[in-house]
Structure formats: structure tokens, C-alpha cells
Design a protein around this ligand. Structure first.
Ligand SMILES: *Cc1c(COP(=O)(O)O)cnc(C)c1O
Length: 376
């Protein structure tokens, strides 16, 4: 941390206290027998998968979800223990990794179960049921296919799950759809029990499910975005009856300060022209690090000290320019806050998401691998 403050080009700080707070806050919403199975896919939504998974392991968490088999392998290679569920499709050419690294593979449909079963070695799986999203999973009407999956000798079936696709929508339509998904899922589970299928762990709630439908909880819940202390949209966060704290802040170095004479333009594109003499700072962070290009030309700003410095010109791949005319005493080597709190001011990931016209999930999951991640 000290090293980054001194030498780093641009980096992400992970606030451990806030992460722990969010884990506790989400757990409190759920029945006590429901365990969190945090989602650390996409480099833990840009927060750093190994760092976050290690920290969560320290809290006693032994269940994790990733999207891809290589994400699971990365966690294992870095010493993460417990169950790691791969939520996505794994190509049969990579089944050996599932076995070798003791991962748990999602069964995405019946024919895929047969492929997994034919692989040879024993493979741990969770069966995915499609209750209305029409993405991965066996359609919920096809109970006979699920029963046949239970007959696959090489599959160790440890879980069965579904994914809600409208749990963030609290209009009547959204509520009806979600409760229908819940009903279809639990109907499938009770039929399986009647058929004598050994009953594995069941789960269906992601972040918004935990917030809005905690009564549907099964044995596990799979929070992603909420664990990181944000929701997809600011309005959801303002309405939510849970107190989550943002885990990530993003900082970048001031590498140069210079005077921009009146009438000169700065950066690519000649679109920004100084209306009077301005002082500008060059920051060592750009769109290759995941900074949305829509922050260009005053679309966004950073904090230096606690003061706001608007972005001028177009955000470049590795750098960007900000206007510091009204901020005294900015020097080469200073640190700018790109996301986070500084003094009385804050730039949140909601601000960037709104500028980009997207959800926070997309902003954070795009943070690039040139950014170092540190716990603070
Ligand atoms: C990404 C994902 C989650 C986590 O979703 P959040 O909305 O970020 O909590 C849970 N389950 C599945 C199947 C996912 O793909």
C-alpha cells in the first residue's frame, strides 16, 4: 500500500472493513441456515478475485462461484479451498481441469450431462434449472431429464439451482414473474424428492434476490454486486433497506502539470479549446484500464485533494487530462481519486455508470489487469 502511494501508476484499494460489513449485512437478510456463496467471477467484478476470495476465506467462507473454468483454476492455484462452482459452460476439452482442480461444474442441459458423464473421471456438478430466463439450464418442465441426470454414474450431484431474471424489478409484473420462477423451482425440487433423487443443496438468489426475496432462500445464496457494496443502479441503492458500503476506490497518479495557453486545445480531437489560460494535469490512467471514454470532454471528473477536476479532451488509452486551474498546489506525484471519497467530496461508481449509460456491474468488471489491487 505504501509502495503504491509512492510509486503506483494507478491502482484499486479494497476496503476490508466494508467488505466484511457487506458480508454480514447480506447474511443478516437471509435465514441463518442459508450460506453465502460469493460470486467472484470477472476478477471479482474487477476487485481482484484472488485478493477478495482470500479475504472472504478468512471470514470462514468456503463456497465460491466463478463464471469460467480458468477463473476457478486461478483461485485453486492461489490456494483457495472449499467448493468452487463454475456457473458457465466448460468445453469438453477442458473437463480435465474441472477434475484436476476439484472444481464443481454446472450442468447446462441434459445432453451436456451425458457429455460430462462420458468424460470418465468423477465430476462434481450442480444442475441448473431454467425457470424462465431462457439462458443456461434444463427447462423446468423437463423433470424426466433431470431425473435421468441423477442416474449419471460419474456425476456427483451436489447442488441444483436456478437464476432469477427479474428480481430487481419490484413492479407487480416483476414480482409475479419472480414468484413464478420460485414456484417452478421448488416444485421441481419436491418432485425430485418424491422420485427418490438424493436431495442436494439448492440455491436461487443473487444480490437482488437476497434484497427483495429473502424468503425464497435455499441452502446457498450467490451475491455478486451487492457484496462489493453497490447495486446496479443508484435508485435501487437509495431504495434498498440494507446498508451496504462500497468496497472499491480507484486512484491514479498525477504525472505532469502544465500550463495550457488560451486558445490552445489539449488531447486528441481538437474539441477542447482553452477559453482562457488553464492549468492541466496528466493522469496515468486511461480507457485500457477501464475508464469509460464517455468521461471525455467534461463528462466526468476526478478529485484532487477534495476538489473536483473535470476531464478535458478525450480519455486516452493510458492517460487522461484534467483541469486543475482552480486547485492550488498540485504537483507531479500527487494522487487523484477517480472513484472514492476525498474530503467532503465523493465520486461514486454510480456517477461513472450514469455517464456511460450503463449499470455499475459493467463499469467495475471492466477494470483492467494493469491496475494493481491492494487491501486497505
Ligand atoms: C453473476 C451471477 C450471480 C451474481 O449476480 P449479482 O446480481 O451480481 O449478485 C449469481 N448467479 C449467477 C448464475 C450469475 O451468473
Amino acid at each position: 500500500m505504501k509502495r503504491l502511494q509512492k510509486e503506483g501508476r494507478a491502482w484499486i484499494e479494497i476496503n476490508r472493513k466494508n467488505l466484511y460489513h457487506n458480508v454480514r449485512a447480506l447474511q443478516r437478510l437471509l435465514p441463518s441456515e442459508c450460506q453465502l456463496m460469493p460470486v467472484v467471477k470477472a476478477n471479482a467484478y474487477g476487485h481482484g478475485a484472488v485478493l477478495v476470495a482470500k479475504e472472504l476465506s478468512g471470514y470462514g467462507i468456503k463456497l465460491f462461484c466463478v463464471a469460467t473454468v480458468t477463473e476457478g483454476v486461478e483461485l485453486r492455484k492461489n490456494g483457495i479451498e472449499g467448493e468452487i462452482l463454475v456457473l458457465g459452460y466448460t468445453h469438453p476439452g477442458q473437463f480435465f481441469m474441472v477434475e484436476e482442480y476439484n472444481l464443481t461444474q454446472t450442468v447446462v442441459d441434459y445432453s451436456y450431462a451425458k457429455l460430462l458423464n462420458r468424460y470418465g473421471g468423477k465430476i462434481k456438478v450442480h444442475i441448473k434449472i431454467d425457470t424462465g430466463m431462457y439462458r443456461l439450464g434444463v427447462r423446468c418442465e423437463k423433470i424426466s431429464e433431470v431425473i435421468q441426470i441423477f442416474c449419471c454414474k460419474n456425476l456427483e450431484i451436489q447442488g441444483i439451482y436456478t437464476h432469477l431474471c427479474a428480481s430487481d424489478d419490484i413492479t407487480r409484473k416483476g414480482q409475479e414473474y419472480t414468484s413464478k420462477q420460485g414456484k417452478e423451482f421448488y416444485r421441481m425440487i419436491s418432485q425430485l424428492k418424491k422420485e427418490g433423487c438424493a436431495c442436494p443443496k439448492v440455491h436461487l438468489l443473487a444480490s437482488y434476490g437476497i434484497l427483495n426475496y429473502p424468503k425464497l432462500a435455499g441452502d446457498y445464496a450467490r451475491p455478486g454486486i451487492a457484496l462489493y457494496g453497490v447495486l446496479s443502479c443508484r435508485k435501487d441503492w437509495q431504495q434498498a433497506a440494507v446498508d451496504l458500503l462500497p468496497v472499491l476506490s480507484l486512484k491514479a497518479r498525477v504525472v505532469l502539470v502544465k500550463r495550457l495557453p488560451k486558445g490552445e486545445s489539449a488531447g486528441y480531437g481538437l474539441r477542447y479549446v482553452a477559453d482562457r489560460e488553464r492549468i492541466i494535469a496528466v493522469l496515468s490512467i486511461g480507457y485500457a484500464d477501464g475508464i469509460p471514454r464517455s468521461l471525455s470532454f467534461g463528462g466526468g471528473s476526478v478529485l484532487i485533494g477534495s476538489q473536483t477536476a473535470p476531464v478535458i479532451g478525450a480519455v486516452c488509452m493510458d492517460q487522461m487530462l484534467v483541469d486543475i486551474t482552480d486547485i492550488p498546489d498540485v504537483n507531479q506525484g500527487d494522487v487523484a481519486m477517480v472513484i472514492g471519497q476525498s474530503g467532503d467530496n465523493e465520486i461514486s461508481v454510480y456517477d461513472l455508470a450514469e455517464q456511460e449509460g450503463t449499470i455499475t456491474n459493467e463499469i467495475v468488471s471492466r477494470f483492467g489487469n494493469r491496475l494493481e489491487r491492494v487491501l486497505v
